[in-house]
Design a protein around this ligand. Structure first.
Ligand SMILES: Nc1ncnc2c1ncn2[C@@H]1O[C@H](COP(=O)(O)OP(=O)(O)O)[C@@H](O)[C@H]1O
Ligand SMILES: Cc1cn([C@H]2C[C@H](O)[C@@H](COP(=O)(O)OP(=O)(O)O)O2)c(=O)[nH]c1=O
Length: 199
């Protein structure tokens, strides 16, 4: 599906790459340019997103169940927020979307191409996808896990797989891979430069 109006921007990348920091600043910049902005994230704060977040404490779902929950969460997000905002000509900025499902549920063994197909049957493809890219070790240092316990080592391995899936998207016309090891201001400048083409 393609979005009817508006401008649809998605930020992706492994944990700790600076997505939420950059999304906030980008939303502020668009508002300064006089655009109406809807900034949101996935998993959402809706019923399915809340269930997904709760599994961080209660124990992880099977890969298939997890995929199903993310799809349900996204379907609601598209119907209730994303599609109406785009139809009204707004700028929609998302911190994570279905490319995270390709990467994270892909890293648990589900085929990323199949995940993409399931999503694109109902979820609009963004106008711009920024993939914030960083070495796993640097990203983990930023969020406080240095990979020196068994659990953190496992996390490091699975994030490396996620990063690989994100990077398979490089080269598609709407995708920009943004090296995110620079200062936040420098990363933001790059995003604004690219986003300005859509004003
Ligand atoms: N360019 C950067 N350089 C150094 N630290 C950063 C940078 N961008 C964000 N951070 C810090 O790294 C941590 C993770 O950033 P955050 O925006 O929450 O990432 P994400 O949403 O991708 O998980 C935060 O403590 C944030 O202040
Ligand atoms: C959107 C999405 C997120 N995720 C994962 C990535 C993150 O590890 C986790 C929560 O996302 P997020 O809220 O970005 O994490 P945090 O608040 O800790 O920065 O959900 C998936 O596994 N599949 C998906 O489709």
């Amino acid at each position: 599906m393609t979005p009817p109006h508006g401008l649809f921007i998605v930020l992706e990348g492994i944990d700790g790459t600076g997505k939420s920091t950059q999304a906030k600043q980008l939303a502020q910049w668009f508002r300064e340019q006089g655009r109406e902005v809807i900034a949101s994230r996935e998993p959402t704060d809706g019923p399915w997103g809340t269930k997904i977040r709760a599994t961080a404490a209660t124990g992880r779902l099977s890969p298939e169940e997890e995929l199903d929950y993310f799809l349900r969460d996204r379907r609601e997000h598209v119907e209730q927020l994303i599609a109406p905002a785009l139809a009204a000509g707004k700028v929609v900025i998302l911190d994570r979307y279905y490319f995270s499902t390709m990467a994270y549920q892909g890293s648990r063994g589900v085929d990323p191409a199949e995940i993409r197909r399931l999503n694109e049957a109902f979820a609009p493809v963004p106008d711009v996808l920024f993939i914030l890219d960083l070495e796993v070790e640097t990203a983990l240092t930023r969020i406080g896990g240095r990979g020196d316990t068994a659990n953190e080592f496992e996390k490091q391995e699975s994030l490396a797989k996620c990063r690989e899936v994100f990077l398979t998207l490089a080269g598609e016309p709407f995708v920009h891979v943004i090296p995110s090891d620079e200062k936040p201001e420098a990363v933001q400048d790059r995003l604004r430069q690219l986003a300005a083409e859509f004003l």
